[in-house]
Design a protein around this ligand. Structure first.
Ligand code: NAD
Ligand code: TYD
Length: 349
């Protein structure tokens, strides 16, 4: 079995569902259930003995140590994090606590336990750390995409905290020999994404007839990847990645934000015809320190591991919009309470 952290969040829950469907291998899923964690995301596994959910913090060394000793996983896949750039600007402390200190505690507790294993199990074990392309900073318009050797230059408290965690993972391989793997992925989208992030926020607001807030001039560029393709990439890296290596994962789908929002509106118009969704687009004050462009050079994972995305942006966005339209109850549940406070505070101006 494997131990997954953050498996109640967006990518984590997609990963747990995908992993059990693709491999049949059991998962212990540890998640603190912050505002971003939602047990409804893995409701389909309610009666499945291959899924064990534990509410807990990756920064709790006693809990992590007990789970490792009890379940003896052959791998840890770390997806637990504070993940939203805008929240990191309003309140960076939680990002340092979970992404830096929490990852350190998870890593160090894993190292102690791993060191006690017989040599064969030590060699077969993997610690896979899921990270982001944002650690590389902002690209000039004509620059080549980020490769695994691009220097780190994080610009937000979020990306700085992820960069710190990546460095710890690297150090634990070089110093202690822990068989680590790190993945740096571009922006994901798909089902089960909390609607504070660009694409689900636009879908949810458009369906409610609310403004679609585009930061600045709307020309910031992101490289979009369908979450199912990310899950397949993580599986490929876990199975065949070289210990100590990092792999960049991207969708070959660079787009400006305004084009993304227009594409969402067009997909909604097909799925739920009626209002002029694009008329809701509203330019708002820019995010402080807003990175202009991210793009991934996916040559290494493609050439070494044979992974490429299956979904195009056009097909992925249709599936995603359809999912949100069909899951009004999920949306209603996650957009109550804390979510309303966040939206009211963040978009107040
Ligand atoms: P998310 O915010 O949707 O989910 C994070 C999950 O982690 C939540 O379920 C939350 O409850 C849990 N969590 C938070 N703090 C925890 C703690 N201390 N202990 C245990 N669980 C905790 O995030 P996501 O978008 O699914 O991102 C998952 C990972 O992928 C993150 O590491 C993120 O940096 C990385 N990533 C995300 C994207 C993206 O576009 N979303 C792209 C590249 C990389
Ligand atoms: P986001 O989904 O927050 O991901 P990240 O900042 O990690 O790339 O934002 C994606 C892009 O969309 C980013 O350039 C900021 C922009 N954006 C908006 O224009 N309006 C919004 O309301 C949000 C949340 C994001």
């Amino acid at each position: 079995m494997i131990l997954v952290t953050g498996g109640a969040g967006f990518i984590g829950s997609n990963f747990v569902l995908d992993w059990i469907a693709a491999t049949g291998e059991a998962v212990v899923n540890v998640d603190k259930l912050t505002y971003a964690g939602n047990p409804a995301n893995f409701a389909a596994l309610a009666d499945d003995p291959r899924h064990v959910f534990v509410r807990g913090d990756i920064g709790d060394a006693a809990l992590v140590g007990a789970l490792l000793r009890e379940h003896r996983p052959r791998a840890v896949v770390n997806l637990a994090a504070e993940s939203h750039v805008d929240r990191s600007i309003h309140g960076p402390a939680a990002f340092i606590e979970t992404n830096v200190v929490g990852t350190f505690t998870l890593l160090d507790t894993t190292r102690t336990w791993w060191a006690s294993l017989p040599a064969g199990e030590q060699a077969a074990f993997r610690f896979l750390h899921v990270s982001t392309d944002e650690v590389y900073g902002s690209l000039a318009p004509d620059a080549a995409g980020f490769s695994e050797t691009t220097p780190y230059a994080p610009n937000s408290p979020y990306s700085a905290s992820k960069a710190a965690s990546d460095h710890l993972v690297r150090a634990y391989h070089h110093t202690y020999g822990v068989p680590t793997l790190t993945t740096n992925c571009s922006n994901n989208y798909g089902p089960l994404q909390f609607p504070e992030k660009l694409i689900p926020l636009m879908v949810v607001n458009a369906l409610a007839g609310k403004p679609l807030p585009v930061y600045g001039d709307g020309l910031n560029v992101r490289d979009w990847l369908y979450v199912g393709d990310h899950c397949a990439a993580i599986r490929a890296v876990l199975a065949h990645g070289t210990p100590g290596a990092t792999y960049n994962i991207g969708g070959n789908a660079e787009m400006t934000n305004i084009d993304v929002v227009r594409t969402v509106c067009a997909a909604l118009a097909e799925c739920r015809p009626g209002p002029d969704y694009a008329a809701l687009i509203t330019y708002v004050k820019d995010r402080p320190g807003h990175d202009r462009r991210y793009a991934i050079d996916p040559a290494k994972i493609r050439d070494e591991l044979g992974w490429s995305p299956r979904e195009t942006f056009a097909s992925g966005i249709r599936r995603t919009v359809r999912w949100y339209v069909d899951h009004a109850q999920w949306v209603a549940a996650v957009t109550s309470g804390e979510y309303r406070q966040w939206v009211a505070q963040h978009y107040a101006a």
